[in-house]
Design a protein around this ligand. Sequence first.
Ligand code: ARG
Length: 455
Amino acid sequence: MWGGRFSEAPDAVMEAINASISFDQRLAAQDIAGSRAHAAMLAAVGILSDRDAEAIREGLLTVLSEIETGQARFSAALEDIHMNVEARLTELIGEPAKRLHTARSRNDQVATDFRLWVRERCDEAEGLLVTLLRACLAQAEAGADWVMPGFTHLQTAQPVTWGHHMMAYVEMFARDLSRLRDARARMNECPLGAAALAGTGFPVDREMTARELGFDRPMANSLDAVSDRDFALEFLSVATISAMHLSRLAEELVIWSSAQFRFVRLSDRWSTGSSIMPQKRNPDAAELLRAKIGRILGANVALLTVMKGLPLAYSKDMQEDKEQVFDASDSWLLSLRAMAGMVADMTAERETLRAAAASGFSTATDLADWLVRELGLPFREAHHVTGALVAMAEARGCELAELSLGEMRGVHGGITEGVFGVLTVEASVASRRSYGGTAPERVREQVARWREVLG
Ligand code: ARG
């Protein structure tokens, strides 16, 4: 590759630390697309003859099909995918292949390939997020008025609806989608033509290569083009935040599918058994989803750490970008697929949810609010009276609605029969009609709104 300057071959360990072909072969299709665009441009501006450009075009297609069909033999001595593709092209077509690298460096080449690869993963993730959103929406629509306990501190707080809980995740995943679209739009500029770092003296047409590769425009600064990886970091950041959301829902599914909760039943397709305990239905996919954020955040931290402190422009450190992004991307996309499948398949146990919502004095706030509204008590006083009623019910081992009017009057003489109207969980959720509240009508409005947005 650079034999002109060297008289000794690299040490075997040098080769081992230097070569990236074992992983960057995943960039083969992008590398070949980039080279085809580059060759077409070189011909268009008269740097390559049309005959050479045609031979390169055909040859690259052959190389691609060899790689795709598993016939390609990669060599670590050739370091990376870029040199492997070029070497094979040279074997196939000879002389014209040696002209391909005119006005180009591996620095702008790899930056372009990697952007193309990450951009494709953005498009894939976008589709998966939409599928996941639809699965959550379907759950929300089916259970818009199913009552369940809402928690704070994982202690029963106030009744909410199943639909409302599912729609909370719709909001989160929709923000992930919006972040992803922002990142994709920002990364869609083409580094090709920046060459090694300073641009090139050849009369290249960077608008043309950018257009051919589906970029919005060429990157404006050649140093920036070859030396930043913020597009990959943005992708990892989006993936990390999304994986955090997935992990929270996964944690809820683990808890909810337990024998102690039984709020949801995961389908057979999304559960596993135990080799020893015949009764088990383990939520393994949910557990793994809960864990995947470790690798994704790890990749994010790793790449950020690689990049910080690197002087401009290219340094070989940056070769460490790919494995992190590949692994995080694989983990994230698989997680999105798994969550969408699990959510679409799971069954909310309506009766169990309702029973759980009705226990634990979940309508105590409704009782306090009633005292404020109907008797004109200051909220702090109403809170105190309600607390005393809860203590009484707890001592008797019953729910608030099971106290008699007489017992209630013993705590506050102003209480009337009307109080029982606010103590059911259905009345509680129906009353929470404030914008964004849990009332079934509000949930249905949000479902309809998101259906419209998603089309
Ligand atoms: N395999 C290299 C990488 O991933 C390609 C760029 C090599 N450039 C260089 N100047 N050695 O970063």
